[in-house]
Design a binder for this molecule. Structure first.
Ligand code: PSU
Ligand code: MN
Length: 319
């Protein structure tokens, strides 16, 4: 029997999942006004209640004060949202949310769940709606002992593959800092110190490892970001700002809490996505609130700086 050619058309891709923007964010994106994405895992799993709710407002206020629009990102009832209302921020800070990395987004959408987004998940959603600048506290990275556990945060792969500029205070010293810097290099992610030659260590200003590049003004940071993107690089960029000097955690206290926290993780066999929240909680409980003040101060400073860079970018006509 002769073969009858049958026209085959590839299956149509599913329609994109709608990402819901707040009216303010939608207007700002449409008119090219500066917008700063903020992640929600640091609120839901990084800061204790009720401080997290106050911090959520504090961050949005800091962004607005610099002339940009804040856009906190989360998934609520399975709907990815960029820009949250007051009652939505209440939900994010009220407990019970799942921690969503980039791989979890589809699951949360399909099952209608509530979740807070990590750096990786926030980058994916913000980038998808045209928001490229984003502020957080600390990046996820390569964990100590990763050669056995393979625990490397998806934040690093997300930065390698997503064109977002993340302003952060480096990574916590519980991580393997040099290995984290190596993976960022492999991912072609530029790491730029803001007014520092040292990669910051979250609670401490200096992780003990240098940054390859440094800028000293928001305008310089904006110029570097613009050039990085205009060369066609698909990767993101890290702008690393140390915590303000007055808010740095005491070195002795930091080292003691880190040692205790690491032992506690091993004793309780805490692994995977629970590691960072458990460690942060140990710091907050063991420092009498000092680490909490440090954490809030550094995120606020990063939100401010991200907004300043966004304003500098908007000041020049886009190519
Ligand atoms: N580092 C912090 N505080 C945090 C986080 C990291 O100092 O709250 C959060 C961020 O949301 C980051 C995530 O994206 O933890 C990384 O988690 P993991 O290592 O499980 O990928
Ligand atoms: Mn991990």
């Amino acid at each position: 029997m002769p073969h009858v050619p049958v026209p085959v058309s590839p299956p149509a891709p599913p329609p994109p999942t709608p990402i819901v923007l707040s009216q303010e964010v939608a207007d700002a994106v449409a008119t090219g006004r500066p917008v700063i994405a903020l992640e929600s895992t640091l609120l839901a799993h990084g800061l204790p209640s009720p401080h997290n709710r106050a911090a959520a407002d504090d961050l949005e206020t800091a962004v607005r004060a610099q002339g940009a629009v804040p856009a906190t990102v989360a998934v609520l009832d399975g709907v990815p949202r960029v820009g949250l209302s007051g009652p939505e921020l209440d939900r994010v800070c009220g407990g019970g949310l799942v921690k969503l990395s980039a791989r979890d987004l589809g699951v949360a959408v399909a099952l209608g769940r509530d979740g807070a987004t990590t750096v990786a998940a926030t980058a994916a959603l913000a980038h998808a709606v045209g928001v490229a600048l984003f502020a957080t506290g600390g990046l996820g990275g390569v964990h100590r002992g990763a050669r056995d556990t393979w625990d490397v945060s998806a934040d690093l792969a997300a930065l390698a593959g997503t064109g977002v500029l993340v302003v952060c205070s480096g990574v916590k010293s519980i991580l393997d800092v040099p290995a984290t810097l190596e993976v960022l290099e492999t991912g072609s992610v530029p790491v730029i110190g803001y007014r520092t030659d040292a990669f910051p260590g979250f609670y401490r200003r200096d992780s003990g490892h240098p940054v390859p590049w440094r800028v000293d003004t928001p305008t310089e940071a904006a110029a570097v970001w613009r050039a990085h993107r205009s060369l066609g690089s698909p990767s993101g960029m890290v702008l690393a700002q140390p915590v303000p000097e007055a808010n740095e955690l005491d070195a002795g206290l930091h080292d003691r809490l880190l040692e205790e926290g690491t032992a506690l993780l091993a004793r309780r066999r805490i692994t995977g996505k629970d590691v960072t929240p458990a460690l942060l909680e140990h710091f907050h409980a063991g420092s009498g609130g000092a680490s909490l003040r440090t954490n809030i101060a550094l995120v606020r400073a990063n939100a401010e700086l991200a907004a300043q860079v966004a304003v500098a970018l908007a000041a020049r006509p886009r190519p």
